[in-house]
Design a protein around this ligand. Structure first.
Ligand SMILES: [Zn+2]
Length: 273
């Protein structure tokens, strides 16, 4: 599932390609991909609108238009693909095609069909309909002090569950959370209240470092993730614990897999206390 770094990689690729382009008539192969407004209204409203900039909040991609905002969440297996010649790369899981007036197009495919697109007219509407339960972006909207303040209000939460909670802070998923807790040397089962002096700061730094590195390496590729030009990310080669059950940690201890907050969780019982 794409997490913050994968969505940020896509944002950085798409922004220069799409800025200034004008949408033509969309083709909805699977209308239920549209979360708002109703599919027929979406198809009528999008043509003629131009891309101004592309932003991101957590795992949400925000395409700011000259009127309104087109928001995309890829969920489990969503893929965006930009085609200069307008042609879709593969038809099998194609859910919608968004052509531009210059005959290029942005295609959306999704094997599992959980991804959604929303067209909202204002920031207020976006907030109300899409981002109501989504916290600040963990990379861009939280300085160290803000993060520590937010953390202090969640004393009873387990760290793994809290970092995955998009209402607490948006962007982390299972992969980057496990990597971040490994780097900060913290057992994923621990609660905020049990953190010792300096450990919260360590977590903040690890989040920042892991996410930045993930972006730098083009994201992590597991199964379906591709960036918008079809290339694979490379961060999986840097993973210290995630997906490495029974392999040796750099300390020589076999990596364990357990369940925390209902999610498969990888950790090193020696390095993480
Ligand atoms: Zn270890």
């Amino acid at each position: 599932m794409p997490e913050l770094p994968e969505v940020e990689v896509i944002r950085r690729e798409l922004e220069p390609l799409l800025t200034g382009k004008e949408f033509a008539g969309p083709v909805l192969h699977m209308p239920s991909t549209i979360g708002h407004p109703r599919p027929e209204e979406f198809s009528a409203a999008l043509p003629g609108r131009r891309v101004k900039t592309i932003g991101r909040r957590g795992k949400y991609l925000l395409i700011y238009l000259d009127r309104g905002i087109l928001t995309i969440h890829l969920r489990m297996t969503g893929n965006l693909f930009y085609a200069e010649d307008g042609k879709a790369r593969e038809e099998r899981f194609l859910r919608l095609s968004l052509p531009f007036t210059d005959d290029s197009a942005l295609h959306y495919s999704d094997m599992r069909r959980f991804g959604r697109l929303w067209l909202t007219e204002t920031e207020e509407e976006l907030q109300e309909l899409v981002l109501k339960k989504i916290g600040p972006d963990i990379l861009n909207d939280l300085c160290r002090e803000d993060f520590l303040d937010l953390l202090a209000k969640k004393e009873r939460s387990r760290l793994k569950a809290l970092l995955l909670d998009q209402g607490f802070a948006a962007g982390m998923g299972n992969i980057y959370t496990d990597e971040c807790l490994f780097r900060s040397g913290i057992d994923p089962n621990r609660r905020v209240a049990d953190l010792k002096e300096g450990e919260a700061e360590k977590i903040y730094q690890a989040i920042f470092d892991v996410l930045k590195e993930g972006i730098e390496y083009g994201g992590t590729t597991f199964r379906d993730y591709r960036n918008s030009s079809g290339a694979l990310g490379d961060f999986q080669s840097r993973l210290a614990v995630y997906g490495r059950k029974d392999e040796l940690c750099r300390c020589g201890t076999p990596i364990k897999k357990t369940k925390v907050a209902g999610r498969g969780t990888y950790f090193c019982p020696c390095c993480q206390k």
